[in-house]
Design a protein around this ligand. Structure first.
Ligand code: ATP
Length: 367
């Protein structure tokens, strides 16, 4: 049975510094939940509070409704995988994995059986008797993962487990981790600063900044409907452009960027006409208009052809640089210095308050 984790108003202080000040989130049983944010935002600190390496200065952490604040780490029934693997170099693969079971005084035959089972799950059964130093980073991380899950923990915690691997192995291992987690069904909390990794593995993601949660949502919603300009620029690339909301009747709003006006039908009703707004447009959400003057007038400054798509770096009259990605076609590249107009895919763009702190998109309305 998988467990739920409830984090209620937790506070973490290091001396006089308050790093987390009243953070709450609920993780569902069996969920693959990721804490994502820039370096220093408090992800590891929160993870260490869950496992008990860090004390908790306020609030509560509950596992299936039971407060665990004062339960020591070794009684929490959690497994953890670290960035540096933390496997024992002097023990064989098999002995590394058996370590936790021996400590728990599991009978020898049962240990054999469990180790063999888990070696198959993480697909390193052929390496059973090898010493870890001779193995690749990916294989060592599979040992660490096997060691964490062989004890059947209620919760699996992973702190940047793929950071030490090269790019190709990272992609391979993140797919393996996702598959294994689904197979085993353990409630998992995963820490990363890599947004692509978070999108690839998670059921839900909490985006953090400065110890504060910015948004908790599915990868698709985080990417397509960010809660504020921090999330929209941290996850993927977004161009943030000044605009004005000219009118708003029941969510059907007229937006204006310079002289370019367009209609949206999913704007929150309480967003008042004549508000200054920030319009967030991802590079692939522009439509390049070479034929008419409709759109934001820009000049092409440079371009990069990357096979599947071409990236254009353009500049507005006000001097703002905008990145535009267009699927490559057979036409010639647009030469530098060309004046073009950019229209936007209105159903995909996001609109935020002028300070960027909240979204004006009404997610109840499907555009
Ligand atoms: N033991 C400690 N003593 C004092 N300050 C600490 C301690 N551990 C973490 N901090 C501070 O808490 C803040 C959050 O650190 P934390 O390691 O949780 O960030 P992070 O989001 O995991 O970053 P990274 O991705 O770089 O590991 C930082 O300002 C850090 O300096």
């Amino acid at each position: 049975m998988s467990v739920a984790i409830n984090i209620e108003n937790v506070i973490k202080r290091f001396g006089k510094d308050t790093v987390i000040n009243g953070l709450s989130l609920d993780i569902k049983p069996g969920e693959f939940f990721t804490l994502l944010g820039p370096s220093g935002c408090g992800k590891t600190t929160l993870l260490r509070m869950i496992i008990g390496f860090n004390s908790i200065e306020g609030g509560q952490i509950k596992i299936d409704g039971k407060v665990i604040n004062d339960i020591p780490t070794n009684k929490r029934n959690m497994g953890m995988v670290f960035q540096n693997y933390a496997i024992f170099p002097h023990m064989s693969v098999k002995d590394n994995i058996a370590f936790g079971l021996k400590n728990r005084k599991v009978p020898k035959e049962e240990i054999e059986k469990k180790v063999d089972e888990i070696l198959k799950v993480v697909k390193i059964d052929h390496l059973k008797n090898r010493m870890p130093q001779k193995l690749s980073g990916g294989q060592q991380q599979r040992i660490a993962l096997a060691r964490a899950i062989v004890i059947h923990p209620e919760v699996l915690l992973m702190d940047e487990p793929l950071s030490n691997l090269d790019a190709k192995l990272r992609t391979e291992m993140r797919n393996a981790i996702k598959q294994i987690q689904q197979q085993v069904g353990i409630t998992t909390v995963y820490v990363t600063h890599d947004q692509e990794e978070a999108l690839a593995v998670s059921d839900r993601i909490a985006v953090m900044n400065g110890g504060v949660i910015q948004q908790i949502d599915t990868p698709k919603n985080i990417y397509q409907r960010p809660a504020n300009t921090f999330v929209s620029t941290f996850i993927g690339l977004s161009n943030i452009i000044n605009g004005v909301l000219e009118g708003n009747e029941n969510g059907k709003a007229l937006l204006r960027i310079g002289n370019y006006k367009f209609q949206m039908n999913n704007i929150k009703k309480d967003c008042h006409p004549n508000s200054e707004v920030k319009v967030s447009v991802r590079p692939e959400e522009f439509i390049i208009n070479k034929e008419t003057e409709e759109g934001i007038p820009v000049v092409v400054k440079s371009s990069v052809f990357l096979g599947v798509a071409t990236h254009y770096f353009v500049e507005t009259k006000e001097g703002q640089e905008i990145e535009v990605i267009e699927n490559s076609d057979l036409d010639e590249l647009i030469p530098n210095g060309t004046k073009i107009h950019l229209k936007v895919q209105t159903q995909k763009v996001n609109v935020f308050s002028e300070d960027g702190s909240r979204s004006f998109i009404d997610r109840e309305v499907r555009s």
